[in-house]
Design a protein around this ligand. Structure first.
Ligand code: DCT
Ligand code: MG
Length: 424
């Protein structure tokens, strides 16, 4: 790795470093291409970020610091690290020297220090000490419980609770979500595979069409972006006829519950209101956009149901195609023999009226940073407000309608970015 100390020293001394740097680097590397700076637009929604990340060591480090800041309720710092990581995710090749980073947006002093440490020493001392810190470890374990956020975890830590054993021993009052979260802790902290997501998708699809024929369901979240694993499975449900989706969520939840698929569920009625004038005007139609946070019981049978018949042998066992291997890993090999033949999976269901569907689809596909950047772009660059329901143009004082994601990008003056390239 290159010695980059001269770079920061020159910067600190306020010396012009441009020409000197290039000469130095070319001498050391004999390769001008390495010196060429990357060019990256500053909003993540202006960039194409695939899952192919050439800088995982750097982005993992910055993501850990982001996570630590978020867990400490320092959201500003968290976003700064997320933005820095996202810039590195968009680079076409690995970063080899600090000079390559010159001119890149969103790389603050702190992030640059972390990157420099890794390039020079192979690791960041700040990241390593964070990982080892008792507080970080406790925050991770406690917020790993579904229903426990940073604030609750912090309160417990101040009460001397650092792990699950101490939590169970000291017995603070847990709400229903937290009780379910604790009960299914191991399962919910296992990554969810795409084949798990597809198996659940088949069940939810069946439920959706049986309670409301003609309704349809879309896989959203990370899986729509092409991720192979996730922490949950997210679905968006709508009906092509406006208004037919009203009341769908309770029916859907009842169906799933009656079939024994739900270990936990909580439905929130969205306060978003719609009238004939515009999607955000207060009006009479309540509860049109609902969300259900659930814990789904995924059984072996459901997993098998997604397999092609020819992959099943006579006694119903699977031949070892990839899906079968997944099943075995999820349900058999990682669990002691005789363990339960099912696993718990976090599933989020969202129902949207068709008039808001494109906004909901865009808003729920993510990534979280991509969404945040879209909203920031809309507000700061276009004087518009974007949500998962609507786009409002403050200059024209009106809502901009859209029936596809492409139209929303066009309203925002952005080039369309397909889901697989929204992995910022
Ligand atoms: N979302 C958002 N802002 C949040 C939370 C969620 O914009 N604060 C959107 C973007 C992603 C989508 O909702 C689903 O959320 P998650 O499931 O948390 O994200 P994910 O990308 O699907 O991540 P994972 O693959 O781990 O489930
Ligand atoms: Mg998700």
């Amino acid at each position: 790795l290159l010695d980059v100390s001269w770079y920061t020293e020159s910067m600190a001394a306020g010396r012009p470093v441009e020409i000197l740097d290039r000469h130095k680097l070319q001498e050391q590397q004999g390769n001008e291409a390495e010196v060429a700076a990357f060019s990256v637009p500053s909003y993540a929604c202006q960039r194409r970020t695939t899952l192919e990340n050439h800088n995982t060591v750097l982005t993992d480090a910055l993501s850990l610091l982001a996570e630590n800041a978020e867990l400490s309720e320092e959201d500003g710092r968290g976003v700064a690290f997320r933005r820095a990581a996202a810039v590195l995710k968009a680079l076409p090749k690995p970063v080899a020297s600090m000079t390559q980073l010159r001119g890149l947006p969103c790389l603050g002093e702190h992030s640059l220090r972390v990157i420099k440490d890794i390039l020079e020493n192979g690791a960041s001392s700040e990241v390593e000490s964070t990982k080892q810190s008792e507080r970080y470890k406790a925050l991770k374990v406690l917020t790993g419980i579904f229903g426990v956020g940073a604030r609750t975890a912090d309160r417990w830590i101040r009460d001397g609770i650092h792990n699950l054993r101490q939590l169970q021993d000291s017995g603070p009052t847990l709400n229903r979500a937290q009780q379910a979260g604790l009960e299914h802790y191991d399962d919910l902290n296992q990554p969810v595979s795409k084949s798990d997501a597809d198996a659940i998708g088949e069940v939810v699809e069946k439920a959706v069409v049986s309670v409301l024929p003609g309704a349809h369901m879309t896989l959203i979240g990370g899986f729509r972006r092409g991720k192979l694993t996730g922490h949950d499975v997210d679905f968006l449900i709508t009906h092509p006829e406006e208004g037919r989706e009203v009341g769908l969520m309770p029916k859907l939840v009842s169906w799933l519950e009656s079939q024994g698929f739900l270990l936990y569920q909580k439905t929130t009625r969205n306060s978003y209101l719609e009238s004939k004038d515009g999607p955000a005007r207060p009006a009479s139609n309540m509860d049109r956009f609902e969300r259900c946070f659930s814990i789904f019981k995924l059984t072996k049978e459901e997993k098998r149901g997604t397999k092609h018949p020819e992959t099943l042998t006579e006694n119903g066992a699977q031949t070892p195609d990839n899906g079968g291997l997944d099943l075995d890993l999820d349900l058999d090999q990682t669990k002691p023999a005789g363990h339960k033949p099912w696993r718990a999976v976090r599933v989020d269901l969202v129902v949207s009226p068709i008039s808001q569907f494109a906004f909901a689809l865009l808003g729920w596909t993510g990534s979280k940073l991509f969404e945040r950047e879209l909203r920031r772009w809309a507000g700061h660059e276009k004087s518009m407000s974007l949500s998962s329901h609507a786009l409002y143009d403050n200059r024209q004082s009106k809502y901009l309608r859209a029936t596809s994601e492409e139209e929303i990008f066009a309203h925002l003056g952005l080039e369309f970015v397909p889901p697989s390239e929204r992995n910022a």
